[in-house]
Design a protein around this ligand. Structure first.
Ligand code: GLU
Length: 507
């Protein structure tokens, strides 16, 4: 690559960032890092009607949580700022006018009523209205009016838009890094509005002007923008910027876990998984959406999962740190076809990261749950609990939920278990076992296990017959991790107290 790699993530602040958006940001970030380039954040807020308060902060915070550091852009600054398009407003008009002068764009003065009428006429014939080479001939624009008329209208302050003059029946051949050659015929495209009379550019104009001025080398974005590509390329040509036009890469869609189509935020709520990186409350509707962060995902796991949605390393490896991804990521390993989202796999990734975490770190997180419920437990004990339970957990919350018996003696005993395992001779047996435990000096898991096994052997009863009621006494139910590990963590005193307690309760 002979040109400095500069890529941008250019979201519109129209709501929470969908995980597809985070993946776009991630792929841009990885590409920049891999090539020693720059990763820019530009906020595309030219459509004021779709602006959602808080959305920009949400985007910035999400990228931070994911560890995707922005080199240049909103919140960071840089030489090509400002990076919020609304703050660049005065800049765009000259570019729109440049295209009018060179004959690539024109003023159009048609009222909403006239266009509405045209649309209706077309609909009644089963067609869709397009402002194009054909229809523009009959409409009120600077191509059908005299120069004086146009001047007069502009001076009178009449409403207008500036439209791109789409060439007639031209074959545009484009190259997309992921899709290869893409062909479009311009007769299928309309004369898109580039500039509005409120002084705001539309997405297309602002996007091209900014990518040019910000020296963007590669545009990596979602597949939904592929239909805009011919217009964008024609705009670069019209401006005479084709020589420095970025290369394009359109990422495959993220698909629903089941069925057809693009993953939507509704799928998440329906199937119980988050589609947003962080919790989000829609300021208009008050509707609440789950977030990966609040649901207990580690950012590393979330990023790892996203990286493999549409990209593959070419090996069986599935666990990657962000640094590894930065080294390995290439666009030629991005698939053309959509990537099906698998919520179970997302949990699996979190599990993988959870078991790798140091117990001290997990204990810290676990303690957060305890504190919320007003439970105190010593750090060393929490570390042991994490070590014992993490293999069975996807989230720290799972450890918390399954570790309740460590903080509090069972208040009740699982009925099914009692029926099955608490027989006539059981109290005597448990009383004797209590005595055995009481006599032990060393109360580690192996020591207690050995002693209980030895005692059970002299009694000539099955070890299982002892273990099930013993387990009931300690944790209140008949399943769970290795019981001797549990009692080691509980300690001798607490273990004995629980034995006495069940004997009192189930006499
Ligand atoms: N503002 C567009 C979006 O919201 C950017 C598309 C692009 O990257 O060109 O996705």
């Amino acid at each position: 690559m002979d040109r400095k790699v500069r890529v941008r993530f250019a979201p519109s602040p129209t709501g929470a960032l969908h995980l597809g958006g985070v993946r776009t940001a991630l792929f841009n970030y990885l590409f920049a890092r891999r090539h020693g380039g720059d990763f820019l954040l530009r906020i595309e807020d030219t459509d004021q009607t779709r602006y959602v308060p808080g959305a920009e902060e949400y985007i910035v915070e999400s990228l931070k949580w994911c560890g995707l550091t922005v080199d240049e852009g909103v919140g960071v600054g840089g030489e090509c700022g400002p990076y919020r398009q609304s703050e660049r407003k005065p800049l765009y008009k000259q570019y729109a006018l440049r295209l009018v002068e060179s004959g690539h764009a024109y003023y159009s003065f048609d009222s909403a009523e006239v266009l509405g009428q045209k649309r209706k006429e077309c609909e009644s014939q089963g067609k869709t209205f397009m402002y194009n080479a054909e229809t523009r001939k009959e409409l009120k624009n600077s191509l059908t009016m005299s120069g004086e008329e146009v001047e007069a209208l502009l001076e009178s302050g009449a409403n207008y838009v500036i439209r791109f003059k789409m060439p007639e029946n031209e074959e545009v051949v484009l190259h997309d890094i992921i899709r290869g050659e893409v062909r479009f015929n311009t007769s299928l495209l309309d004369d898109k509005v580039l500039f509005k009379s409120d002084g705001m550019p539309t997405y297309h104009l602002a996007n091209i002007v900014d990518d040019h001025l910000m020296k963007i080398s590669h545009v990596i974005r979602g597949e939904e923008w592929l239909p805009s590509l011919p217009l964008h390329v024609l705009l670069y040509r019209a401006f005479g910027w084709e020589g420095t036009m970025p290369e394009f890469a359109h990422l495959p869609l993220i698909l629903k876990p089941v069925g057809n189509g693009k993953l939507s935020k509704r799928d998440g709520n329906k199937m119980g998984f988050p589609v947003f990186p962080m919790e989000f409350t829609d300021p208009d509707t008050g509707e609440k959406w789950h977030g990966y962060r609040e649901d207990g995902y580690f950012p590393e796991a979330f990023i790892n999962m996203l990286a493999l949605l549409g990209w593959n390393p070419g090996t069986d490896q599935e666990i990657f740190t962000l640094e590894e991804l930065c080294e390995l990521f290439t666009l030629d390993r991005v698939n053309k076809s959509g990537a099906r989202f698998n919520p179970d796999k997302a949990k699996w990734f979190n599990h993988k990261y959870l078991v790798q975490k140091p117990d001290s770190e997990l204990a810290e997180l676990l303690n957060g749950f305890l504190v919320k419920d007003g439970i105190a437990c010593e750090k060393g004990k929490l570390e042991k609990i994490c070590r014992l339970l993490k293999e069975r957990a996807n989230f720290v919350k799972d450890i918390y939920d399954s570790s309740q018996y460590f903080y509090k003696a069972p208040q009740a005993y699982e009925e099914k278990g009692v029926k099955k395992f608490w027989k006539e001779g059981t109290p005597d047996l448990m009383r004797e076992l209590t005595g055995v435990l009481e006599g032990l000096r060393e109360f580690t898991s192996p020591a207690t296990e050995e002693a209980v096994k030895a005692w059970a052997a002299t009694k000539e009863i099955g070890f299982g017959k002892v273990m099930s009621p013993f387990r009931l006494a300690i944790i209140g139910s008949a399943d769970g991790p290795h019981l001797f590990d549990i009692i080691e963590i509980l300690g001798k005193e607490e273990t004995l107290a629980r034995m006495r307690r069940i004997l009192e309760k189930l006499q």
